[in-house]
Design a protein around this ligand. Structure first.
Ligand SMILES: *Cc1c(COP(=O)(O)O)cnc(C)c1O
Length: 332
């Protein structure tokens, strides 16, 4: 059956590159949202723990519960709990209204909207939010923000960082202490000189698919995921015969064509595509298979999601998270 291979060696390599930049592995909060960017939540949580990572970030409460006990803290980005979660599960506050809806005694981290304008509270309402948080009996453990263009040239990154620093200065003035401050995703971490925050929320770099302009000197990272498919059947075709739905795959010469067990039902895009070894898919992608000239037992669909994404007109994040949870993940 088709399978996703997870290279533990490449993952450990990436984590050590990231730790060199944060200056300590303790400052890495590995982002495991969306099935760990398609790599498998439990698999990556366990590898991360093996690597010495102490903090994780997810999207939902159920993901945090699924990896409970493996990390010192798990930050939930965008779901409010029904009841007070255990202390190691932190809940992100994305709006003023959310503060009213979080159960008492929950550990929370406050998101500041420094310019991305998706969620978080305005910098000008920081003190008000703090009051509301303590008034509701919530425990503040951190303050954070998120950059909208850390991976692009331009000054936006710097003014967002400036706004965040101003909030941090205000916190000092009003006597807030003992909480963690964090603004960086992967691109921001590698762009920043002299990282001085408490943690960095790292997703794509850990999975080895960070794309940045070369002038930012991106680190040497290696893709963790590769996708493989197994042969279903082989046949000999004559020049001019057609393969698959609609007969779109016309073969130019007599050849041998095989089908392999990956398709759009597994989350593989229904598009024209060239394998890493240079062979093109023949005909349309079906729900559960693709066809290729040749007859080997197993083919590699991609070994670098960023490169596959370029051909498919998207980004590595989408290719990886799109792969269905039912495709088997194996650690190699
Ligand atoms: C997804 C996400 C990250 C990780 O971003 P990468 O670019 O994958 O490193 C960090 N912070 C927040 C708030 C996120 O939603």
């Amino acid at each position: 059956m088709s399978q996703i291979r997870i290279s533990s060696r490449n993952f450990f390599h990436n984590i050590s590159q990231i730790a060199a930049k944060t200056q300590s592995i303790e400052k890495i909060a590995l982002v495991l949202k969306d099935n760990a960017y398609g790599h498998g939540l439990k698999i990556m949580a366990e590898l991360a723990r093996k690597a010495g990572v102490r903090h994780a970030v997810v999207r939902r409460v159920c993901e945090a519960e699924a990896i409970g006990g493996l990390f010192e803290t798990v930050l939930v980005l965008s779901e409010l709990p029904q009841e007070t979660p255990p202390e190691d599960i932190h809940i992100t506050i994305n709006s003023m209204e959310a503060i009213d809806r979080i159960p008492k005694d929950t550990t929370v981290e406050l998101k500041i909207d420094t310019g991305m304008h998706r969620n978080g509270i305005e910098p000008g309402r920081f003190a008000e939010a703090l009051e509301k948080i303590s008034g509701r009996g919530l425990k503040l453990a951190g303050v954070m923000t998120h950059y909208r263009s850390a991976d692009e040239m331009g000054s936006e990154f710097f003014w967002q960082k400036k706004r965040f620093d101003l909030v941090r200065e205000e916190a000092v003035r009003i006597g807030v202490s003992g909480i963690r401050w964090h603004s960086c995703n992967s691109a921001a971490l590698f762009r920043m000189s002299g990282f001085d925050e408490d943690i960095a929320r790292i997703g794509i770099a850990a999975y080895g698919c960070l794309k940045m302009p070369s002038s930012f000197f991106p680190p040497d990272l290696m893709p963790v995921m590769s996708l493989w498919a197994d042969k279903i059947a082989t046949r000999e075709l004559r020049a001019g015969e057609r393969v698959g739905y609609g007969g779109e795959g016309v073969v130019a010469e007599d050849c041998r064509i095989s089908s392999y067990d990956i398709g759009y039902g597994d989350g593989w895009p229904r598009r024209e595509y060239v394998l890493p070894d240079g062979r093109s898919l023949v005909g349309r992608v079906s729900m559960d298979m693709v066809c290729i000239e040749g007859d080997e037992e197993r083919i590699c669909i991609f070994d670098d999601a960023s490169k596959a994404a370029e051909q498919l007109g998207t980004i590595g994040y989408e290719v990886m998270t799109g792969l269905s949870a039912s495709v088997k993940r194996v650690v190699v």
